[in-house]
Ligand binder design. Structure first.
Ligand SMILES: NC(=O)c1ccc[n+]([C@@H]2O[C@H](COP(=O)([O-])OP(=O)(O)OC[C@H]3O[C@@H](n4cnc5c(N)ncnc54)[C@H](OP(=O)(O)O)[C@@H]3O)[C@@H](O)[C@H]2O)c1
Length: 285
């Protein structure tokens, strides 16, 4: 039995859809915080169970019988993600789960300036200490969030922001499909497993790409870190969120997102989607 948490989100929801291409619905169960949100899975013949990492008592029944358990990383920025993950991992150990797969992030490290990367590293340590078999799906940055870093370039003609570095922007759909392939491999991937697109462009590179897309020059402007935070606050953004994004620039600058790994393309049997697709779809602000 494959048990999937976070299936009401786009990543693990798509992973379930890809699992269904590889196994019958009777071999899959989803664990959801709101059973009504899981209705589409029930309609597909998938068992829908209630479970919330914040409700430890719900987890023994939720994880019961899992040969493999896909644990979503908790997404609420206000929550203590590592504490929630510890609760889920402890429950998986008690339930005798065969393997945990965890949705981690490329650049997971205790010393990264990007907050979620520190939480992922701490969670991977919990997995390593759990005694269970585990696979950490270190996904590249979602390519569709590229506008976080590039800003309203279509209107302004500039990509203005702090000094950056290479980022291997990766399609979430590709990551979901790869997760299903890894689960269906029944344990062929152990420990940290990096899933990224094939290139890691900088903002300079993205500005060149954007210029080609719109047929006029888009330039890259480097802004001092604190000046950039002040501009963001003046524009009405909460300081906490501005500093969260600054952490991403800093981590990129220090090379945390620079690596590219051929595994994703090998698993998919095709070239992973390029960030250019996401840049072409970048909204007018
Ligand atoms: N690689 C990247 O660039 C990137 C970017 C953003 C996020 N992420 C991570 O990847 C994960 C999955 O991505 P996504 O796009 O599908 O995220 P999402 O839309 O935020 O969905 C998160 C899923 O996790 C569930 N969840 C959250 N807290 C939970 C808890 N305490 N117990 C049980 N389930 C919980 C949510 O349930 P509900 O439907 O009930 O809310 C939802 O199904 C995120 O959770 C985040 O950690 C990665």
């Amino acid at each position: 039995m494959i048990i999937v948490t976070g299936a009401t989100g786009p990543l693990n929801g798509a992973t379930v859809d890809h699992l269904l291409e590889r196994m019958p619905a009777s071999e899959i169960a989803v664990v959801v915080r709101d059973v009504a949100k899981g209705r589409r899975f029930g309609d597909l013949g998938i068992e829908v169970r209630y479970g919330d990492y914040a409700d430890a008592a719900s987890l023994p029944a939720a994880f019961d019988g899992a040969d493999q358990l896909l644990l979503v990383s908790a997404s609420d920025p206000a929550a203590d993600a590592v504490a929630l993950h510890r609760t889920a991992i402890d429950a998986a150990v008690s339930a005798g789960v065969g393997r945990i797969l965890y949705t981690s992030h490329q650049g997971a490290a205790l010393d990264t300036p990007f907050g979620p990367g520190r939480d992922h590293a701490a969670t991977e340590q919990l997995l390593a200490d759990s005694g269970l078999a585990w696979t950490s799906l270190r996904n590249g940055f979602y390519a569709h969030t590229v506008s976080w870093l590039t800003g309203p370039w279509r209107e302004t003609g500039v990509m203005a922001g702090p000094a950056d570095g290479p980022v291997s922007w990766t399609s979430r759909d590709d990551e979901a499909e790869a997760a299903a392939i890894i689960i269906a491999s029944n344990g062929a991937y152990e420990g940290p497993t990096t899933l990224t697109a094939g290139s890691a462009p900088t903002l300079d590179d993205l500005a060149v790409m954007a210029s080609e897309i719109v047929g006029r020059p888009i330039s890259r402007v480097v802004v001092d870190d604190e000046d950039w935070v002040a501009t963001q606050i003046a524009a009405g953004r909460p300081e906490m969120m501005a500093r969260f994004t600054l952490g991403m620039y800093r981590a990129a600058r220090e090379g945390f997102f620079a690596g590219v790994d051929p595994l994703l393309g090998t698993l998919l049997g095709r070239e992973p989607q390029s960030v250019r697709v996401a840049l072409e779809a970048a909204p007018v602000h």
